[in-house]
Design a binder for this molecule. Structure first.
Ligand code: HEM
Length: 236
């Protein structure tokens, strides 16, 4: 990005883009500013406006959502869009999380990880496309589970925007198939225990309650009962 007063030039070499525009004058860009830049990025973005001591999902560019719908959630506040999540509300987690987010300062972004399960390496598991991916969950067998079943981890970050005071919330999604994951003994042991012991409401919410027995059977082969150390790093 080259800035010359309000005359800005944006060069994106991999995509062959070289645009010159006037900062704050939308008419000089081919799309609105958020659409313009998020079309050139990977992952999803939500913009949360902050008002009435709450966050409101006012805009988004989303192509890889894990069973939630931007169209459905647009205009909702922090508690409304989290309403389908079991347990967390009763535990007071969302009140605390919101308090934390409302206090995020410019230049001090934060991050969290979220996880779920996906059959086949699919990024778009939106409700709108459920007819395409929902049935794939029934194709899991003892023979193909190592290849087909994936742990999906989302890296979610929170940035305060300097002009609007809104939060921008990018989500990057990573998938690893079970047979790759179990090559790290610590990960295999831990995933086995987490999947085995997860409360039923959460396994249902995350969409793998029917396949849980198959997953536990597969993963148990790689759990020798040894303790696991804290954190994500492999022990060996
Ligand atoms: C402002 C940024 C955030 C946005 C836009 C956001 C959005 C979402 C959405 C759309 C869902 C799916 C709900 C559904 O099933 O329809 C979700 C789930 C969830 N969110 Fe957030 N969230 C945000 C921040 C947070 C924070 C800070 C926490 C920390 C506790 C959190 C915890 C969760 C949990 C635990 C789930 C359930 C996920 C699962 O078990 O798979 N979220 N979030």
């Amino acid at each position: 990005l080259h800035k010359d007063g309000n005359r800005w030039r944006w060069v994106n070499k991999p995509l062959g883009i070289d645009d010159t525009f006037t900062f704050l004058d939308e008419s000089t860009l081919p799309y609105g500013p958020m659409e313009y830049i998020t079309r050139q990025t990977q992952g999803d973005f939500a913009v949360l406006d902050q008002r009435d001591d709450n966050l409101w999902m006012d805009a988004g560019m989303v192509t890889t959502q894990a069973d939630w719908s931007l169209d459905f959630d647009i205009g909702m506040n922090f508690f409304e869009w989290h309403a389908p999540v079991p347990k967390a509300n009763e535990m007071g987690i969302f009140v605390r999380a919101l308090k934390f987010l409302l206090n995020i300062q410019q230049g001090q972004p934060a991050r969290r990880l979220n996880w779920t399960m996906t059959v086949n390496p699919l990024l778009d598991t939106s409700p709108e496309n459920y007819h395409k991916w929902g049935t794939m969950k029934q194709e899991l067998t003892k023979e193909n589970i190592g290849e087909k079943q994936h742990l999906r981890v989302e890296l979610q970050t929170f940035f305060r925007l300097p002009r609007s005071n809104a939060l921008v919330f990018p989500i990057r999604c990573y998938l690893i198939r079970f047979e790759d994951l179990v090559t790290v003994p610590k990960w295999a042991r831990r995933l086995h225990r987490v999947i085995r012991d997860l409360p039923e409401e959460l396994a249902t919410y995350k969409g793998f309650i029917d396949n849980r027995p198959l997953m536990v059977e597969y993963l148990s082969q790689f759990d020798d009962g040894s303790p696991t150390s804290d954190g994500i790093w492999a022990d060996d």
